[in-house]
Write a protein that binds this ligand. Structure first.
Ligand SMILES: Nc1ncnc2c1ncn2[C@@H]1O[C@H](COP(=O)(O)OP(=O)(O)OP(=O)(O)O)[C@@H](O)[C@H]1O
Ligand SMILES: CC(C)(CO)[C@@H](O)C(=O)NCCC(=O)O
Length: 307
């Protein structure tokens, strides 16, 4: 990757020296829960990369909490809990939700006294009907396809410490928002928010998602490799989730396989790749940390923002 300035760059070998543990304290069984569909997370990467990262995050949350207390004292206000928000960004199919679930598991495991919750920005996509009304059905995932004002209002309520904050839910099965279904975020200590737009600066907003995140991670990989992960996932889903008659892709799954694969390639070429190049990759240099992956999702480089 072309090196963004302003970052420390570490090989995995160097990074793992910062926090060494003798064994992986999470069982294979435990990991199964966090794997996205048919995923093969490298246990070695968990040990070498994610466990040190979780310990760095522990230090960050401690100093964040201290600062909240100090500020409340200065302002002569009662101390109150303010959730620490971790944003995870990157291309479609780069592994954001897998990383987010792994971090959720490891943070809950190592920071036992902290309540960790996870949300995806998919729920803040406009429903299909609204995308059609705006003439942007083929722009799903592009900045204009999200109700960013609603997402920011949601984050504001979470930061404000409100109880039972509702987040709308998107279903990949029906390829649309599910009406009247919500995820409930209830005063977590740590909220992980995962989505392609967590680092974006939409031109019509004055406040950005990143104003609410306290640590941001960009998952990076070569776009050719991400395309292969996108297609691999599509092939696996063709044999499983897409076989459900209510699935959006059911007709493809039961029809000509080659035609379905050609369609998936077109979606990547015409929607997800241009979105990566035009709207997602340009936000990479705003992340606090960049995790770079190579073949088989194995991490080969870590960049940590200096200032
Ligand atoms: N660390 C990993 N090790 C092995 N496979 C992985 C890893 N992370 C992701 N994958 C695989 O790559 C594919 C994409 O991952 P995932 O669904 O997490 O991506 P995503 O960025 O959340 O995608 P989307 O934006 O479409 O929701 C999946 O098939 C997943 O199993
Ligand atoms: C929901 C998003 C936008 C992001 O997760 C993505 O998975 C998506 O549906 N993109 C649209 C094109 C496609 O189906 O890949």
């Amino acid at each position: 990757m072309s090196k963004p300035i302003n970052y420390y760059s570490f090989t995995k070998e160097r990074w793992r020296e910062f926090y060494k543990t003798k064994s992986v304290p999470v069982t294979q069984n435990g990991l199964k829960r966090v794997k996205a569909f048919n995923d093969e997370i490298s246990l070695q990467d968990v040990q070498d990369v994610y466990i040190p990262l979780v310990h760095l995050l522990r230090l960050r949350t401690d100093s964040f909490d201290q600062w909240q207390t100090t500020r409340a004292q200065f302002l002569q206000q009662p101390a109150r809990k303010i959730p620490f928000i971790i944003g995870i960004s990157g291309s479609v199919a780069v592994g954001k939700s897998t990383t987010a679930r792994l971090l959720e598991l490891l943070l809950s495991y190592f920071l036992k006294d902290r309540k960790v919750q996870l949300i995806t920005t998919d729920g803040f996509l406009y429903p299909t009907e609204e995308l059609k009304r705006r003439g942007i059905l083929n722009r799903k995932g592009f900045p204009e396809s999200y109700d960013m004002a609603r997402l920011i209002y949601f984050l504001d309520q979470v930061k404000d410490g409100q109880k039972d904050v509702k987040a709308p839910v998107y279903s990949h099965d029906v390829y649309d928002i599910i009406p009247n279904r919500y995820d409930i975020i209830d005063r977590p200590d740590i909220l992980i928010i995962e989505g392609i737009n967590t680092l974006q600066l939409p031109s019509n907003q004055q406040i950005y998602v990143s104003d609410y995140t306290d640590f941001s991670i960009y998952i990076d990989a070569d776009s050719k490799l991400i395309e292969s992960w996108y297609l691999d996932r599509f092939k696996k889903l063709m044999d499983t989730a897409f076989m459900n008659p209510s699935n959006y892709y059911y007709d493809y799954a039961t029809g000509d396989r080659n035609e379905a694969l050609q369609m998936a390639k077109r979606v990547w070429r015409d929607i997800d790749l241009p979105n990566l190049n035009d709207n997602i990759l340009p936000t990479r240099s705003r992340a606090d940390m960049i995790i770079h992956k190579s073949n088989q999702h194995i991490i080969d480089e870590l960049l940590l923002r200096k200032y």
